[in-house]
Design a protein around this ligand. Structure first.
Ligand code: HMG
Ligand code: MG
Length: 298
């Protein structure tokens, strides 16, 4: 049977916006984050303390964190690649630090300029500092289902890096389809493998929708007991180091699915549709959410 409730992490302000070529002012990002927290998300990925030379769009992260109105009960998370990023995140009052590794050696090099083993060494200090400061620690695992640079990624490497993130003390681990290539049976195999080394209720599905499989992959993950999902309002996004990859699955579509399945999310779908309209208007385009556009057209 499917779970009665799921947690949805809204990643639009980070994963969604990080790859936008036009500079988005901090006040627009702040309004987006605030609209999302008010819609009821218990976790909003709001920022990224990475090198501005690598990801210029995230250079406003300190301003964004300073400008938002904190909703009690919402965890604000941010990506942190190293101790320099950690200092920024700590000063900005981030609640949850996200260290991000890859199941693919080639992607690790392109994305964070080091090997998987080197990244785990860097994350050791970040993880310790996060714990010392009573911050939550999440680990993201990119390319768990395929890599744009090396192609195939094995279940063994997923399990191996999941164990390394676990041993760093991660409270939650994201199994990510960075380039949206996975299909449902593959997803179930990988999720079950990850769940053999980390508690299943602390594993999440992070699906990009490049090949239109994300909702099917979420349903497949529900069937094997995954209860945390990442989604991006209006389907915003893409990773700058995964060429051609589109945004995350649209939050509105995920909420519509959950509603239909009778699965509790605690999130106001109409408010998310409005937030999607807001940010898409700022970007000068139509939201990439099927459900969102259908609801807005009513
Ligand atoms: P590097 O060039 O090897 O780092 O980059 P470095 O330590 O040699 O430093 C180079 C310069 O960057 C120095 O400045 C540092 O101070 C600065 P300079 O002396 O030249 O003026 N620097 C920083 N500045 C600000 N904040 C920092 C920071 N660190 C160094 N934290 C590094 C290594 C990891 C920093 C770089 O590769 C980087 O920032 N990568 C980020 C890549 C990224 O953000 N990718 C997208 C997010 S991952 C993703 O989207 C996947 C996910 O959604 C899941 C999925 O879908 O798979 C999570
Ligand atoms: Mg992503």
């Amino acid at each position: 049977s499917l779970p009665a409730a799921v947690k949805i992490i809204e990643v639009g302000p980070r994963d969604g916006l990080q790859n936008e070529p036009q500079t988005i002012p901090a006040n627009v990002k702040i309004e987006l984050v605030d609209r999302l927290s008010q819609a009821g998300f218990v976790n909003v990925e709001a920022a990224s303390f990475v090198s501005p030379k690598w990801v210029p769009q995230m250079a406003t992260s300190t301003d964004v964190m300073a400008g938002i109105t904190r909703r009690p009960g919402t965890i604000y998370s941010a990506l942190v690649p190293n101790m320099k990023g950690f200092e920024g995140a700590l000063a900005a009052g981030v609640d949850e630090v996200v260290i991000f590794a890859a199941a693919s050696e080639a992607f690790s090099q392109r994305n964070i300029n080091c090997s998987i083993a080197e990244s785990v060494e860097r994350f050791r200090d970040v993880a310790r500092a996060a714990k010392e400061n009573n911050m939550r620690l999440r680990g993201a695992l990119s390319c768990a289902f395929g890599c744009p640079y090396q192609g195939e990624v094995t279940a063994d490497s997923v399990a191996d890096v999941t164990m390394q993130l676990r041993d760093l003390g991660c409270d939650e681990i994201d199994i990510a389809d960075t380039i949206g290539v996975a299909t449902p049976r593959h997803v179930q195999t990988i999720m079950q493998r990850a769940a053999s080394v980390f508690p299943i209720d602390c594993l999440s599905g992070h699906f990009h929708d490049t090949y239109g499989q994300a909702l099917a992959n979420i349903y497949a993950s529900l069937e094997v007991g995954i209860t945390i999902y990442h989604a991006s309002v209006a389907g915003l996004g893409g990773c700058p180091y995964a060429k051609g990859a589109t945004g995350n699955v649209a939050t509105e579509d995920v909420l519509y699915l959950m509603q239909g399945l009778g699965i509790e999310t605690g999130i106001d779908l109409d408010a998310v549709v409005d937030a999607g309209q807001f940010i898409s208007a700022q970007l000068g385009r139509k939201p990439a959410s099927r459900a969102g556009n259908a609801i807005a057209a009513k």
